[in-house]
Ligand binder design. Structure first.
Ligand code: ARG
Length: 357
């Protein structure tokens, strides 16, 4: 057996041992499966996961995601096996189905759609994302999307030029020309932001309901699923304290402060902090009023605490990236701030990968 196959076999065994233990399979069944996998790797250089392995592997990968505060729900992940999708039509259908089914009219379902390892790459960072146009007078839309927007335009897509143009999905099969598909607007759930006490209509702020990360690879037992878009629901601060607030994103804090008549001439008036808090209230209030799943950072931290308790009971270690786990507002009000986490990378997991464009 060559070195690559030996490494793959080792990774496969280590995954199978843990997964079959967690799934309460007998030692005989594990042994049998290991034989089968060894056989496949020797003959073909790869092996194929059963649906159960794929499903549990994707869940374990979520459980091992050090940056994620939402891991309490790892075992509720809906896993859609689309390894059989080989044509442009099948892939396009599967992507649109993911958006529709995960959105679920606002009762968001954590979902992953897994395509066959290798042949498919999705260019977008998230399936739903606003375009960003770099103009002389500044940027319109989401500055984070400038590169992918250029790619879409180059491939013939035409945006309206508003701050909230939903980008098309761009994906590539093998080395073929990329396919560009427009998402039917009726399946893109969005929330217009308003505040329970303050009139923020002049901000014209909105955000989409479901964050579906589509540029990371899922690694299970040595197999790389490079196209495996997945989603949870939002924690409010992701939108209110980062996407809408960062100076390098929608940069709405100064406008919010103006609406609130705050004294922006003095840092010590805490105008940034006050504007930030009210913007975040608007996010939580609007999503809740529209019956779109969302969690505030205090509740999310409590849920993470429960996750830590559950994992200890299952005799597993919780790894974490403290710099990501603490929320961007009032971090020290959560227990996470006050303890250390080991940022060890455990497999299965989700990884960044090189951009295909
Ligand atoms: N932070 C990213 C965004 O604001 C989304 C990352 C995934 N978030 C989640 N709640 N599952 O779009």
């Amino acid at each position: 057996m060559n070195v690559n196959n030996a490494t793959l076999l080792e990774e496969a065994y280590s995954f199978l041992e843990q997964a079959y233990y967690e799934l309460n399979h007998t030692p005989e069944r594990l042994k049998e499966r290991k034989h089968e996998v060894k056989d496949q790797i020797e003959k073909t250089g790869v092996y194929e996961h059963t649906f159960e392995e794929l499903q549990h592997g994707a869940k374990m990968a979520w459980r091992n995601s050090n940056k994620c505060i939402g891991r309490l729900f790892w075992n509720t992940l809906t896993v859609i096996d689309k390894r059989s999708a080989t044509t442009v039509e099948e892939v396009a259908d599967a992507l649109l189905h993911h958006i529709h089914s995960a959105t679920n009219n606002g009762r968001i379902r954590p979902t992953i759609t897994i395509f066959q390892p290798g042949r498919i790459r999705i260019w977008n960072h998230q399936l739903i994302r606003y375009a960003g146009y770099e103009l002389e007078k500044g940027t319109i839309g989401d500055p984070d999307s400038i590169e992918i927007t250029k790619q879409a335009l180059k491939l013939g897509w035409r945006g309206k030029g508003t701050p909230h143009d939903v980008l098309p999905i761009i994906f590539q099969l093998d080395d073929n020309e990329p396919t560009v598909i427009t998402i039917p607007p009726e399946i893109v759930l969005q929330v217009e932001l308003r505040h329970p006490e303050i009139d923020i209509s002049s901000l014209q702020a909105r955000w989409y309901a479901v964050p579906i990360i589509s540029d990371m690879k899922l690694e299970i037992g040595g197999i790389d699923y490079v196209a495996a878009p997945f989603n949870g629901w939002y924690m409010g601060t992701e939108i209110g304290a980062r996407n809408l607030a960062d100076e390098t994103r929608y940069n709405l804090i100064p406008e919010m402060a103006e609406i609130m008549n705050l004294d922006t001439s003095s840092n010590a008036s805490l105008w940034k902090d006050r504007a930030l808090v009210e913007l975040n209230r608007a996010v939580l209030y609007s999503f809740q009023e529209d019956n779109v799943s969302i969690v505030d950072h205090h509740t999310a931290a409590r849920q993470f605490h429960k996750f830590e308790t559950n994992e200890a009971r299952a005799e597993r270690k919780v790894t974490g990236n403290w710099t990501w786990l603490i929320p961007p507002i009032s971090p020290a009000t959560t227990h996470i701030f006050h303890k250390p986490y080991k940022n060890t990378i455990v497999s299965p997991n989700y990884f960044y990968q090189e951009k295909p464009y």
